[in-house]
Ligand binder design. Structure first.
Ligand SMILES: [Mg+2]
Length: 242
């Protein structure tokens, strides 16, 4: 049985798990965007997918039945097209142009993007910056789209490096890109911690052997994230601060 019987009881607990060092003493951090740093209250990114899918499939498609959270933008297109039975040979070669059209759609509609920083996001980033940590983004968003969201939320300037999903299809590959950049800045032996809101974030971090903080501010309840055995599992980032 799932956790539906006692979700409230779980939410009353404090942080669960333990990192190998205090949460704020890693050399570098990889932050997911959606559901971790911010939430988007608009549907601009969603409609960009619908437009791209229409161009790739030659008919109207949407994201019903597709796992978007924790996926990558290209992975979301792939899953929607596979679900609709569109032959891979018909869409795969045109993925680069679909990504460009998605970016153009979001850019054209950027004034409609409404973001909300999640609780304690700014404070946590400021705290880590004061500790001289290297701060990075690791997200399934395409670069132009992720940057517009972060900029709309006033968070873009907080980061030293970015790993977006352009040309990549899996979360593990996004983390690989992020880790390379983190090690360039923080050194090859840097202690690195990921922060994300989905089981996919936890698994990608575990795949690369880095520690991970799961935060239940996206669509996944803490009980569900906890089952992935992140090193620390929080209801929100505010649990990190006194
Ligand atoms: Mg997320």
């Amino acid at each position: 049985m799932e956790s539906t019987l006692q979700p409230a009881a779980d939410d009353r607990l404090g942080p669960r798990g333990s990192l190998t060092r205090p949460w704020d003493e890693f050399d570098a951090y990889l932050f997911d965007v959606d559901g971790t740093l911010l939430n988007c209250k608009d549907a601009v990114h969603y409609f960009a997918f619908c437009e791209a899918l229409k161009a790739l499939a030659g008919r109207e498609l949407n994201l019903d039945g597709v796992t978007a959270h924790g996926n990558t933008d290209i992975g979301i297109l792939r899953d929607a097209l596979n679900l609709a039975g569109v032959a891979e040979a018909d869409w795969r070669p045109r993925v680069p142009e679909a990504c460009m059209s998605m970016a153009a759609y979001v850019e054209a509609n950027r004034d409609e993007i409404i973001t909300e920083a999640l609780p304690a996001t700014r404070e946590v980033l400021q705290h880590l910056r004061a500790k001289k940590a290297v701060l990075g983004v690791a997200t399934g968003n395409l670069e132009s789209i992720g940057k517009i969201k972060l900029d709309a939320c006033g968070l873009l300037q907080n980061f030293d490096f970015f790993a977006f999903s352009d040309g990549l299809e899996t979360r593990a590959d996004v983390y690989k890109r992020a880790l390379e950049r983190a090690c360039d800045l923080a050194g090859p032996d840097a202690a690195i911690c990921a922060v994300g809101d989905t089981p996919a974030d936890v698994r990608a971090a575990q795949h690369h052997g880095i520690e991970v903080i799961a935060v239940a501010t996206g669509i996944h309840p803490r009980e569900e994230l906890s089952r992935e055995q992140p090193d620390l599992c929080l209801s929100s980032l505010s649990e990190l601060l006194p």
